[in-house]
Design a protein around this ligand. Structure first.
Ligand SMILES: NC(=O)c1ccc[n+]([C@@H]2O[C@H](COP(=O)([O-])OP(=O)(O)OC[C@H]3O[C@@H](n4cnc5c(N)ncnc54)[C@H](OP(=O)(O)O)[C@@H]3O)[C@@H](O)[C@H]2O)c1
Length: 264
């Protein structure tokens, strides 16, 4: 009897060890939460993350019954790198890193109104924060000769779709698309893939302050005739995280309901 129980324990342990681990930055809400939900349902061990241990993060943790959580500001290298490294040291490995956390701060009517502090905060979060997390996981991915990095950029990172109103945010997301390609080129020979996803307009807190006029303009400018859902971005993250996408590397995938094609 004891032998049977021991065998069962070993089977359960080996199933847990075989589970792939995914760290999703900014998974307290919005797109990150949708990715976390799908990753749990797909059998991943999920590490949730937020800038603070906010009520939303606690709620997500409870709702999805997730036990692994990290809390740090991604733009702060001294917090970000040691926390990720120590998680890896204590738990084994991170197979997939999803750099989802991001902010948009400057909304401009005129170039004269650029607030440099806000622009720097956007850059430090969207670009430096993404780089910090990549720096933290790369040594162990290199050691494993395996790893998968997925960065969430934006439709605004496409030069032809950048507008004055989100000019500073757009430059950071163009940076994310660019750094994705550099990482892909540099580490492909070590079994590491790096791709990005550029969502169009997705229904999350980032768009909650829009007025009805803006909503209508976006809907009318999209072939799908509607705003996107966080789950529609999460589906692509899961695909890129899987072996089904093994021949995709250094690519950016636009998920915009046909906004770019409609040409607004
Ligand atoms: N929604 C859209 O239409 C849209 C379109 C294109 C691209 N995107 C991109 O998609 C990603 C997710 O967007 P979303 O709309 O889901 O955002 P959201 O609802 O505003 O959530 C942002 C998440 O990022 C975290 N975060 C922000 N700054 C951080 C920092 N310095 N350190 C650590 N975590 C930080 C937040 O944590 P806390 O809860 O602790 O603050 C939160 O979990 C972003 O990169 C965004 O730029 C969104």
């Amino acid at each position: 009897m004891q032998e049977i129980l021991l065998n069962q324990c070993n089977i359960v342990k080996s199933i847990n060890m075989n589970k792939k681990t995914i760290l999703i930055t900014g998974s307290s809400r919005g797109i990150g939460k949708a990715i976390a939900k799908l990753a749990v349902n797909s059998g991943y061990r999920v590490i949730l993350h937020g800038k603070t241990d906010s009520p939303e993060l606690k709620e997500t943790e409870k709702e999805l019954s997730i036990k692994d959580k990290l809390v740090f500001d991604i733009s702060d290298k001294n917090e970000c790198i040691p926390q990720i490294e120590s998680w890896i040291e204590n738990n084994g490995r991170i197979d997939v890193l999803v750099n989802n956390a991001g902010i948009a701060k400057n909304f401009l009517k005129d170039i004269q109104y650029v607030d440099n502090n806000k622009a720097i905060e956007e850059f430090n979060t969207n670009v430096i924060g993404t780089l910090n997390c990549i720096q933290a996981v790369l040594p162990s991915m290199k050691e494993n000769q395996e790893g998968n990095i997925i960065n969430i950029a934006s439709i605004k990172g496409y030069p032809e779709l950048s507008t004055l109103s989100t000019l500073t945010y757009a430059t950071t997301k163009a940076g994310v698309i660019s750094l994705t390609k550099s990482i892909a080129k540099a580490y492909a020979n070590q079994g590491i893939r790096c791709n990005s996803i550029s969502p169009g307009y997705i229904e999350t807190d980032q768009v909650k302050d829009w007025n009805s006029e803006t909503f209508d303009r976006i809907k009318n400018g999209t072939l799908a005739g509607r705003i996107g859902k966080p789950e529609e971005v999460a589906n692509m993250v899961m695909f890129l995280a899987s072996e089904q996408s093994s021949y995709i590397n250094g690519e950016d995938i636009l998920i915009d309901g046909g906004y770019r094609l409609k040409g607004k």
